[in-house]
Write a protein that binds this ligand. Structure first.
Ligand code: HEC
Length: 118
């Protein structure tokens, strides 16, 4: 779980969270963003697999939120639509915090370590 978060979910979601300050400038950079957002969405699908599911119904709801936000981000990336990606920030952020509130041990009880605790 931790590996999925650190290696797949955090870096790919950061690409969406920082879309305005790190807007892709070349076709190649947009392609990377497409890959990242698709990976994020598919990581949501992975979270729904029996090997990863914790706590059933609530978990699936929370994972689906992230998958759907990732999917919309992917579609926006294929259109190079920065405004749409920016607009998706809240929905994506909420999908992280909602699941963390439900399932991440100690979430919200410790002070932020690096300011990047979504
Ligand atoms: C469906 C549930 C779920 C969703 C959605 C989710 N997470 Fe997590 N996340 C967890 C759980 C559970 C842990 C605790 C993992 C552990 O330590 O076992 C965690 C831990 C983390 C960690 C700490 C990992 C470590 O070991 O330091 C980071 C970073 C993280 N999540 C980022 C994100 C981001 C960013 C998003 C949204 C884009 C997100 N997560 C969405 C369930 C979720």
């Amino acid at each position: 779980m931790s590996e999925l978060m650190v290696h797949m979910i955090r870096p790919t979601s950061d690409a969406v969270f920082y879309i305005t300050s790190r807007t892709p400038q070349t076709p190649e950079a947009w392609e990377i963003l497409e890959t990242q957002t698709l990976t994020l969405s598919e990581a949501g699908t992975l979270l729904m697999l029996p090997t990863h599911v914790r706590g059933r119904a609530q978990w699936l709801t929370d994972a689906r939120l992230m998958r759907d936000a990732g999917r919309k981000a992917f579609e926006a990336a294929t259109k190079k639509d920065v405004a749409a990606l920016e607009a998706l920030n809240d929905e994506l952020y909420q999908s992280c915090t909602q699941c963390h509130e439900h399932f991440r041990p100690g979430y919200g009880k410790r002070p932020p370590v690096d300011g990047a605790r979504h």
